[in-house]
Design a protein around this ligand. Sequence first.
Ligand code: PMP
Ligand code: GLN
Length: 398
Amino acid sequence: MSMNGPWQRTAEGAGLLKSDGVVRPTIFAEMSALAQATGAINLGQGFPDEDGPAEVLDAARRAISEGLNQYPPGLGMPVLRTAIADHQRRFYGLDLDPDRQVLVTAGATEALAATILAFVDDGDEVVTLEPFYDAYGGLIALSRGIHRTVPLRLPHFLPDHDDLRRAVTDRTKLIVINNPHNPTGAVLPRETLELIVELAHQHDALIVTDEVYEHLTFDAPHIPIATLPGAWQRTITISSGGKTFNTTGWKVGWITARHKLITAIVAVKQFLTYVNAAPFQPAIALGLGLPDEFFERLAADLRHKRDVLSAGLAKAGFEVHDSHASYFVVADAAPLGFTDATDLCRQLPELAGVVGVPLSAFCHDELAGEYSSLVRFAFCKRVDVLELAAKQLSRLGR
Ligand code: PMP
Ligand code: GLN
């Protein structure tokens, strides 16, 4: 079968089904199911085990009581679009028109789906970093694009600038970055962001930036690529309330970009979900307006959790990579004698009562080898849970 045949925009063609016709579950679903079946501590799927701010939760309850239970407007409720624009001004100095340059989506996932489907046609190339969040691969395949990747190099999980220059060509339609980065916790330095803007100009590509972890940075404030000189015109910025407000199940996401780009994305989005999450939209709007101390405490709490888990993993015998942001830390199991992280993650519930995700799950086969003994652990869990997980993991070294 040809790689670019019409068959590919099917679940089967895009490789989303197994050969026996069964859905290929995402690695996160698979690992959460394993945790549930075994009773192991779930440091696999990245979701917090504590509620977010009470005022945000109360606002959603209030919205339901007050009858905000029907379809919201196609672009999202004005109160949320205004809050998103205000947030971009307050944190990043970006001036947005909430009626023309902001779109509310069903999580960052729908934002990615609508954007990729809106701009990628048969055979267009899409460049991402690798490892990459799994939805990127599935969505690029569904849009019949060609997925090119730039490896993140050990030990810091940063891309080599020459690799980036080689990957972006006149065939590139989108450069998709994820900054801060899942699964590695890496943060792209300004020079790399500048190079990406330069390459996008040179090759007339659009930049799609997934910044769902924008408030979860531990060492330096987040730099949205859209704030760099020359970037705004060709950048589509995606974020979500899930990580910032511990509401991953609400699926309230958004896109900010210039009007013409938003319009193309709306054309697709209206036929994906049309709209979602009516009572949650004003609640996330309230969250985005919380005082600075909320955002500072959020990052400080997670930084502490990162420290607890990183220290525990090191003590258990893993070689731990620095995580500068996100919910995740990568640890190398090779010093413990485990060279295949996929095998290890399958056995980990039995060996240590813990679930993690092999880094290879975020990679194409060619690169997976380089990362074969690396495991991603999520630290967005209660400190006592992280301490217990670390203690249990220390059994591996015995
Ligand atoms: N992008 C990245 C990098 C993620 O880690 C996630 C997972 N939460 C998403 C997108 C999806 O976000 P949402 O739940 O808002 O759809
Ligand atoms: N983003 C979360 C993670 O990386 C999971 C999201 C999902 O389950 N699709 O763990």
